[in-house]
Design a protein around this ligand. Structure first.
Ligand SMILES: N[C@@H](CCC(=O)N[C@@H](CS)C(=O)NCC(=O)O)C(=O)O
Length: 219
């Protein structure tokens, strides 16, 4: 398998955690989101993913984008590996709900192309962009905190890692870059602390990848 991804991309981080949890080997193909106007916008990459987002997974020539679709594929194509979606139908829908809270309600509003648009078209400064991202992070995480209040133990849903944790933790990392502090959300803060100690999350961390710049690199 080849994962087209970028060290700092939170959506890429989701899939790296999944691959490590599942012990599936993959080739890391770095796509730089800023170099030369963004390699995700190159004609070559857009042949793989016409919308130009990361990540994209190629499994023996079968090409899939959108992290939700990739996670579903990995669970179903490799049923003997760690399963990220609970068997119980209601619980599975609740996990998906939290994934979508991140994927649809938080991430797109602070995606690179949106931030670039706000800067170029509306003259947003870095401070304006931080305020924008903090506002949407606040609304989205407040909702997730409520949703998982009754389900969370060590992780979003009980004591097993689910797909929900794979969406929440990278989004907390992304939000921190815009100055958003998760610590006032007690449950989310606890889950984040638990997850980042887990081996799969450690291996998948943005600052431990082959394309992580030397000045950011963690051991
Ligand atoms: N919903 C998509 C989002 C993909 C996406 O847009 N990823 C970001 C990186 S975190 C990206 O590639 N942005 C490129 C851009 O904004 O130009 C997914 O879950 O895979």
């Amino acid at each position: 398998m080849t994962l087209y991804n970028y060290f700092r991309s939170s959506t890429s981080y989701r899939i790296r955690i999944a691959l490590h949890l599942k012990n599936l080997k993959f080739d890391y193909k770095a796509i730089h989101l800023l170099s030369n106007g963004g390699e995700q916008n190159s004609a070559e990459y857009r042949k793989l993913n016409p919308i130009g987002g990361l990540p994209t997974l190629s499994d023996d020539g079968k090409v899939i984008s959108q992290s939700v679709a990739i996670l579903e594929y990995l669970d179903e194509a490799f049923p003997d590996t760690y399963q990220l979606r609970p068997a119980d139908i209601f619980l599975r829908a609740k996990v998906r709900q939290v994934c979508e809270n991140v994927n649809s309600d938080i991430h797109p509003l602070q995606n690179l192309k949106v931030m670039q648009y706000l800067e170029k078209t509306h003259g947003y400064s870095q401070e304006d962009k931080n305020r924008w991202a903090q506002m949407w992070s606040e609304k989205g995480f407040a909702a997730i905190e409520k949703i998982i209040e009754s389900t969370a133990k060590n992780f979003c849903f009980g004591n097993e890692i689910t797909a929900a944790d794979l969406f929440v933790v990278p989004q907390i990392f992304a939000a921190a870059r815009f100055g958003f502090d998760i610590s006032r959300f007690e449950t989310l803060n606890r889950i984040n602390e638990n997850c980042i100690k887990h081996e799969a999350f450690i291996k998948a961390h943005p600052y431990r990848q082959i394309d992580t710049p030397a000045e950011l690199k963690l051991s």
